[in-house]
Design a protein around this ligand. Sequence first.
Ligand code: NIG
Ligand code: ZN
Length: 412
Amino acid sequence: MLILFKNIKELLQVRESHIAYVAGEEMKELPKIDNAYLLIEDTIIKDFGPMTQCPNPENTTVVDASGCVVLPTWVDSHTHLVYAGDRVQEFADRINGLSYEEIAERGGGILNSAKRLNETSEDEIYEQSKKRLEEIIKLGTGAVEIKSGYGLTTEGELKMLRVIKRLKENYDLPIKATFLGAHAFPAEYKTDHQAYIDLMLNEMLPEIAKENLADYIDAFLETGYFSVDETIQIMKAGKQYGLTPKIHVNQFTAINGIQACVENGALSVDHLEIVTDEDIAVLKESNTMPVALPSCSYFISIPYTPARRMIDSGLPLALATDYNPGTTPSGNMNFVVATACIKMKMTPEEAINAATLNAAYAMGIENETGTISRGKKANVMMTKPVTSFYQIPYEFGSVLIDKVMINGMFIE
Ligand SMILES: N=CN[C@@H](CCC(=O)O)C(=O)O
Ligand SMILES: [Zn+2]
């Protein structure tokens, strides 16, 4: 089946040849074709170019994109969208003055979600999660990473990962599963961290590997959560099962965690609200993708990742939502892109590179999606009529995405 987008005002993120990611100055360039066509054949991008060279194949569905922008769908490389219930009470508590850390110290936070998850059936968690997934697809997300980490028991972690597996089976977008047993220490292991780590390494990981439930391994490397040495143990164990690390680090404090992640071959380091010059120097010598999560900074009022300092130092940067019940109850990548421009001073070109091409690298799927390139998946989207693609971040509270195509099929 052929689908031809014609008269596209701006076709964005056009890459003739393969590129893994863009860094530093390169991030400012978002290649585009004005007045373009885009031809989709079945599930892949077949061809594109200026309208002056537009083909006229038979038996083709034509989409008139006059006045509209067409671009690859967003890639959300960091979410926790499989969870049970919500944490609205903590939202109110924070408005009334408590910090995220204070709520966690009182037994709220991640442990609150873990309790709820362990009390909820797998079917119910699947139902709640698929609604979130369907919502973000309509908002333009065409690939998503999803973490476990609200189980913190063998049964609970497996339950979450099985839900992610069901989502993979039932939805047509690339989904990667990340094992995040090291999200927090359950209360009963507060004084015996090693016992919980042993449980993860000796019981959870072998079962996860047996059922092939995870693609990546994660840990919350942070003061009061998992130390550098504990995280190193977890990364090394994960790698023995073929799970590459993607690590939560530098959300509240910088404790040389980034160096440990880089040394252990992390595909990405995520959060980075607090970044030292040493962290930047270490990242510059690596292929590890830094990932910023601006909706989290917005929601819990913590600093934004210093994108300008990082990009101006020559680093790449990816953007993701962090969709989760505690720090980011939103999976809207449009808001992420807008907030990156407004609060982190990223240009629209940089933000869109960060939310497509670089984000695909952070998920290990840069060969499949993230750019308009011949042979890549037909995961593309079209805006409403706009003055230019700058309108996407400019209208920060609106969703300008009009049509979303996943694997060559329009989402209803
Ligand atoms: N910081 C660690 N994990 C999540 C929040 C988890 C929660 O509060 O439920 C995050 O990425 O922000
Ligand atoms: Zn997270």
